[in-house]
Design a protein around this ligand. Structure first.
Ligand SMILES: Cc1cc2nc3c(=O)[nH]c(=O)nc-3n(C[C@H](O)[C@H](O)[C@H](O)COP(=O)(O)O)c2cc1C
Length: 335
């Protein structure tokens, strides 16, 4: 990964591809790759994961280990997905088109997992990545545009090969998208319901940080949520995502899929989220650095690293399949 980071550094004018991607160097770089304001939310996402320990437990069978799981009817090799990141040129200062970026991700992960793609005021940010769709293994993530634009973009997604879509409703807080055309807006429960009905396919709402918001998504008919604070890019001084996971998972009680992102950097971080109630984890910036640095090859190497680390953690904690991972597998030090 050192070589890939080195390559990425030579191809980006903004992101420094730090050894530990933790939000400290890039605090306040939005637009850019960092967290909003003082960068505290991005920094906290990474820091709080370190306060969860995995419980080593070696008395177990020698049954073959698998990380396989289901994503809305598709089998994936591990419950780790690529988070949607749009506008690579603007945020990383990398001379890579949206299509080439997504193609590197899709080719890099192959059939092992799924790539979420981003959106922007320029419709190419949504549509260019969709050209890299291979048998529907891309989940387009639309911004919460005002109604007519939202409907128009949902129709475009429906005419692609995608079978699941997402909306990052927390993007209503992205300063750069509040003005100009199209503009983002906040969505209430009724508006969420309209999105679900219009999409007519499983819809995931991304940017959920409370149990109240999770229940509203559930009432609106969502098939899943991503517990996310947009990688700390929409609000400073917010909770980290790992801190709110268990409370939300308890409220949702298995009635909807729960994904999470923000600061996940290793297979053991993924294991911690699964133990606290997540069905899967999205990883953002490290996949961008891998794709910019060494294209599909970099992405494959990073995914393999996460996969190996997850397998090792499962093996050493007495788990042989994803469903073996439970609350007893971790200890949380903040309460
Ligand atoms: C440069 C950049 C651009 C992003 N663009 C989008 C986007 O278009 N849509 C979206 O839903 N989230 C976007 N995100 C948020 C990510 O999907 C994800 O929530 C976050 O990056 C996860 O944190 P991590 O990067 O620390 O893993 C963006 C994040 C970054 C850093």
């Amino acid at each position: 990964m050192n070589d890939i980071r080195e390559l990425a550094r030579s191809k980006m004018s903004i992101c420094k591809a730090c050894k530990e991607c933790n939000g400290i160097v890039c605090a306040g770089w939005t637009p850019g790759c960092g967290g909003k304001g003082n960068g505290s939310t991005f920094i906290r996402n990474v820091a709080k994961l370190k306060e969860v320990c995995v419980n080593m437990n070696v008395i177990s069978s020698n049954e073959k280990l698998t990380c396989e799981t289901d994503f809305f009817g598709s089998k994936v090799s591990l419950p780790v997905y690529v988070a949607p990141i749009g506008n690579i040129f603007v945020h990383y200062g990398a001379n890579m088109s949206e299509y080439d970026y997504t193609k590197a991700l899709v080719d890099g992960v192959g059939k092992d997992t799924i790539v979420f793609t981003g959106d922007g005021q320029n419709i190419d940010v949504l549509m260019e990545p969709l050209k890299a769709v291979d048998d529907g293994w891309v989940v387009p993530t639309i911004k919460p545009w005002q109604n007519d634009e939202m409907k128009k973009r949902i129709d475009m997604i429906k005419s692609s090969k995608c079978s699941v879509c997402c909306s990052d409703i927390d993007a209503a807080g992205l300063t750069a998208l509040k003005t100009g055309y199209p503009a983002v807006e906040f969505k209430d429960e009724k508006a969420l319901k309209e999105i679900v009905e219009k999409a007519n396919m499983p819809v995931i709402f991304k940017g959920i940080m409370t149990k109240d918001a999770a229940i509203k998504c559930m009432n609106a008919g969502a098939s899943g949520i991503v517990i996310s604070n947009h990688g700390g890019r929409v609000l400073q001084d917010a909770c980290s995502t790992i801190e709110v996971l268990e409370e939300i998972a308890t409220a949702v009680n298995g009635k909807m899929k729960i994904f999470i992102d923000g600061g996940f950097r290793s297979g053991s971080d993924v294991f911690k989220a699964l133990a606290l109630g997540a069905d899967g984890v999205l990883i953002g910036r490290p996949f961008s650095i891998a794709a910019i640095g060494d294209g599909a090859n970099g992405v494959r190497k990073y995914l393999d690293k996460i996969h190996e680390e997850l397998k090792e953690t499962m093996m050493m904690c007495g788990c042989r399949k994803i469903s073996d991972i439970n609350r007893d597998c971790v200890r949380v030090s903040w309460r």
